[in-house]
Design a protein around this ligand. Structure first.
Ligand code: SAM
Ligand code: DTB
Ligand code: SF4
Length: 330
């Protein structure tokens, strides 16, 4: 079988053409290359990250994929709720830790962070999650430098802010903010010393070049994002993308593989859309370089895979659960 030699290693100069070529390689060659890199830079662990929507719905942005946008609230049926209580969030974090999650991710349907009581409460949530011995990640929309610094002081492990797609395609998905605003927030996160969690979504109608462009922008970051979530669109009824055909699971495999090859040290997270994958398709994604999953019954507003089935799958293929926090830690 042919085996293309790829110039890999820790590079920041990948070109869009090179990445497009990777995305279109014969699948088994691609997975083979990704495995070589994976075995060099990563171990045999899968991190379980639990996700909680701490502030649901009513978002002023118009992201076409998102059921939490106020623009589609009536059709998508997601009501606007206030920020959750700190104690309730920490109870959820403790429960997640008990079943093996070592990272707790909290999402808010905000366009941007505003200083005030709600932000102070989010900082308390971050401190609480950290004191449980778990990694804490939040995704709160756009940030100003001083807000990134306050999150860093609270001990935040990572900030999630996705590029979602290519700059060219972005305008067809979101009209209420631009790509540069995303990049600016990411630079504030990096400057504050917080790890960057940044990835995207496939299945929104983008082409291979759009996917390659997004990965090229991520791989050009210095350092690379520590965490790269790869989402498949969950086509929620009532959103403008409700009729998008389901993603081919093999395209997710390709995205995981190319993220692994271009960002060898990153944790590649097989994120939204996993519920529509067979066990075998998930295993292919893990083989191709994914080494984290969202774990627990819900993502933010949509259903996720069964937790017990996830644990069984990891065991069945002989991988380990990463950083399992001992219950005695706090
Ligand atoms: N409001 C913040 C923001 O947009 O940065 C944080 C929350 S937002 C829900 C976090 C990410 O979830 C989005 O950037 C997008 O990548 C992902 N997401 C939202 N809805 C999705 C869907 N229906 N399918 C797949 N991914 C989705
Ligand atoms: C990410 O990239 N995917 C997660 C997390 N970061 C915040 C969110 C997925 C949301 C899927 C749709 C929903 O459940 O509302
Ligand atoms: Fe949804 Fe985040 Fe877009 Fe708001 S900014 S509509 S929460 S993806």
């Amino acid at each position: 079988m042919a085996s293309t030699v790829i110039n890999t290693g820790l590079r920041h100069n990948w070109t869009v053409v090179e990445i497009e070529t990777l995305l279109q390689m014969p699948l088994l060659d691609l997975v083979h290359q990704a495995q070589i890199i994976h075995r060099e830079y990563q171990d045999d662990s899968v991190q379980l990250a639990s996700l909680l929507s701490i502030k649901t719905g009513g978002c002023p942005e118009d992201c076409a994929y998102c059921p939490q946008s106020a623009h589609y609230a009536k059709e998508a049926g997601v009501a606007k709720e206030p920020l959750m209580d700190v104690d309730d969030v920490l109870t959820k974090a403790r429960l997640a830790r008990e079943v093996g999650a070592s990272r707790f991710c909290m999402g808010a349907a905000w366009r941007e962070v505003r200083d005030g009581q709600d932000f102070d409460n989010v900082l308390a949530m971050v401190r609480g999650v950290r004191s449980l011995g778990m990694e804490a990640c939040v995704t709160l929309g756009m940030l100003k430098p001083h807000q990134a610094e306050r999150l860093a002081e609270a001990g935040l492990t990572a900030y999630n802010h996705n590029l979602d797609t290519s700059p060219e395609f972005y305008g067809q998905i979101i009209s209420t903010r631009d790509y540069n605003e995303r990049l600016e927030t990411l630079s504030h996160v990096r400057a504050a010393g917080i790890a960057v969690c940044c990835g995207g979504i496939i299945g929104m109608g983008e082409n291979t070049k759009d996917r390659a462009q997004m990965l090229q922008i991520l791989a050009a970051m210095k350092p690379h994002p520590e965490s790269v979530p790869i989402n498949a669109l969950v086509a929620v009824k009532g959103t403008p993308l409700e009729n998008r055909p389901p993603v081919d699971p093999l395209d997710l495999v390709r995205m995981c593989a190319v993220a692994r090859i271009t960002m060898p040290e990153a944790r590649v997270r097989l994120s939204a859309g996993r519920a529509m994958l067979s066990r075998e398709a998930q295993v292919l994604c893990l083989m191709a370089g994914a080494n984290s999953i969202f774990y627990g019954e819900k993502l933010l507003t949509t259903a996720n895979n069964d937790a017990e089935a996830d644990r069984q799958l990891i065991e069945a293929i002989g991988l380990k659960i990463s950083g399992k926090v001992e219950a005695a830690a706090a």
